[in-house]
Design a protein around this ligand. Sequence first.
Ligand SMILES: *Cc1c(COP(=O)(O)O)cnc(C)c1O
Length: 436
Amino acid sequence: MKFYSTNNKDLRVGFKEAVFNSMPQDKGLYMPVEIPRLDDKFLNNLDQYTLPEIAYHVAQNLLGDDIPADDLKTIIHDAINFYAPAVKLEENIYVLELFHGPSLAFKDFGARFMSRVMSYFLKEGEKQLDVLVATSGDTGGAVALGFLGVPNTRVTILYPKGKVSQIQEQQLTTNGQNIRALEIDGTFDDCQALVKQAFTDNELNQKFRLTSANSINIARLIPQTFYYFNAYAQLLRQGINKVIFAVPSGNFGNIGAGLLAWKMGLPVEQFIAATNANDTVPAFLKTGVYEPKPSVATLSNAMDVGNPSNWVRIANLFDEQPGALTKLIVGYTYNDEETLQAIDAIDKAYSYVACPHTAIAWKALKEYQQANHTEDVAGVFLSTAHPCKFPDVFTPEIADKIDIPAQVKALEKKEHHATSLGTGFEEFKGYLLNNA
Ligand SMILES: *Cc1c(COP(=O)(O)O)cnc(C)c1O
């Protein structure tokens, strides 16, 4: 498969180049030149396939011969080694739990697949790959655990001091091996600025083979399509073949993958883009005016994005049928108070604890179902993270009900290590050069 840039449809690069570049020189995003429609036999019989089988079939169709069949199978079995159950909470309401991977967030799908693809493409004897990643919490954990122990790679994570939750910090700082953590005395934006400047620094680029692991990498988008197909497979097994997905959205990679799955033939009636107060997309869907804004801080901080990078990909998917976009996607936006109410309502209705991001998607789904006749359509809201990652958001009563996964308990006993740095670039650069 070849990939073009959303800023230049004539550009053509192979999968390897798209993965290592992350972003084309022209600052567009890579998209597949052709989006294959999966055969009906596969789509109608999805219920007969496991998640890794579905993942392989979808990836194989998208990538063609970029990765030979047996190698692709190995990558997928290694990367997608956890499950993604659709749990029924009430009639026509299901939660798709995407937090059963090592970092307890859906970003594990993208990060684990990407790390293994990068490692696969690194030829023997090639220079070590140095991944620089700035995180506000979830991305760093997924990338760290995705690359942990992957040969010929090293990850440097920058996180803002005091601004990630305790469990997130443990996930970032207890890995050792090829992962190192830098605690930056500043904000997430400061971390991101340091990483960006490193990529433009000649000396660093000569010395190291730098790459970013951010969410716009096409190798993170592709594996996120897998769980949409797999959710549908689970519903088919229960005799349901009509579905709505409600997706907690920030940078719009998750819902973008869902739309890619739809483009490949997955029959989805409706997508709901659910956001916090950062409502650039819901506002666009209502008014037709796309107006990026600076982000505002909320309780669902993994969705604090005012200018979602992946929106341009979604717009590209609908190039030839612009009217279809505003029909297929509907937007909902909620503030922090509504988020807390939703967490409480979910607990009361189902004795289920949802993380703040997830709760926003549930509320949007409920409102959509109330306003539309959807009796014969299953509503699925995506749960993007385990609630234990956001302990400060919950009342003590609800926090008490959260089951802490065994892997989190194990983290507490591990040794932490982070290097503290300020926000100056020379200090960061000095660290990289002195710790080569
Ligand atoms: C990253 C993240 C999101 C937002 O996903 P996008 O793909 O950026 O829209 C939502 N919830 C959680 C918990 C996340 O970590």
